[in-house]
Design a protein around this ligand. Structure first.
Ligand code: COA
Length: 260
């Protein structure tokens, strides 16, 4: 698939995925969602890639929301279909078997905030702004905002953001747990690269199972989640890396993980 609205580049085993509609503040139209889905599937299947950095092009925005010109003409039926189709993409991102970091370089509003929340982590530059302004348009969040935001920041803060439509700063996003950390603009991509490289130095199967345990566990009761974790904990004992990791500790040397 040739991309018109995004770009994908792999360097030093990191996939750099950039939403590339800067004149529209990287607003997400249907075509962009389709391209993102295609790109994330490709990245997930590429054994050479250790992780993804998702960002927006231009100086101003990560993503300023779903494309309002497309939303304005939806009917109740097509709007529901739009929400369900985009949710397939966001759920795929959430279930990626390698870490996905949203490098939030500016406005992350509406669908942009929701897209960032589907990523495993959000690193924000000082100029980033987060918000769910759908109520200003007579809409409600339709890409998982009413579900993922309370899970990340708690019900009270989520309701405040979703019902006031207020934009918050990167520092405030950090304070409430929406952003993992805030860095200077020029440190945004290096900070994401550093996290991905740290994760890549760990046992790959353990990382993959951890992502699965956290993601699936969030959708279970505590008892079910603990049982699921115990099953994956048992499973990891079948890996050579587990034997290598524990042996290396006892031999006081660095482990040499093979992803097996
Ligand atoms: N959908 C479609 N186009 C969008 C957009 C969106 N979500 N957000 C911004 N754009 C477009 C603008 O229409 C404008 O296009 P134009 O130059 O052809 O008129 C361009 O991007 C630049 O935006 P502009 O509003 O001029 O920039 P600004 O710096 O004055 O304001 C924002 C920035 C983010 C505050 C403002 O663009 C905005 O409120 N966007 C909508 C945010 C939103 O409600 N998102 C949720 C959608 S459900």
């Amino acid at each position: 698939m040739a991309y018109k609205n995004i770009s994908l580049e792999t360097k030093n085993k990191i996939a750099y995925l950039t939403i590339n509609r800067p004149d529209k503040l990287n607003a997400l139209n249907t075509e962009t969602f389709n391209e993102l889905y295609d790109a994330f599937k490709k990245i997930n299947d590429d054994a050479q890639v250790i992780g993804v950095i998702l960002t927006g092009s231009g100086e101003k925005a990560f993503v300023a929301g779903a494309d309002i010109t497309e939303l304005a003409v939806q009917t109740p039926v097509t709007a529901k279909e739009f929400a369900l189709r985009s949710e397939v993409v966001l759920c795929f991102i959430e279930r990626m078997s390698k870490p996905v970091i949203a490098a939030v370089n500016g406005f992350a509003l509406g669908g942009g905030c929701e897209l960032s929340m589907a990523c495993h982590m959000r690193i924000a530059s000082e100029s980033a702004k987060f918000g769910q302004p759908e109520v200003n348009l007579g809409l409600i969040a339709g890409n998982g905002g009413t579900q993922r935001l309370p899970r990340l920041v708690g019900k009270g803060r989520a309701i405040e953001l979703l019902c006031t439509g207020d934009m918050i700063s990167a520092d405030e996003a950090f304070r409430i747990g929406l952003a993992n950390r805030v860095v200077k603009k020029e440190e945004l991509i290096p900070a994401c690269e550093k996290i991905l490289n740290t994760i890549a130095s760990k046992a790959p199967i353990a990382v993959k199972l951890t992502l699965e345990a956290v993601q699936s566990g969030m959708e279970m009761t505590l008892a079910e989640g603990l049982n699921f974790e115990a099953n994956l904990f048992g499973l990891v004992f079948s890996s050579e890396d587990m034997k290598e990791g524990t042996k290396a500790f006892m031999e006081k040397r660095k482990p040499n993980f093979q992803g097996k």
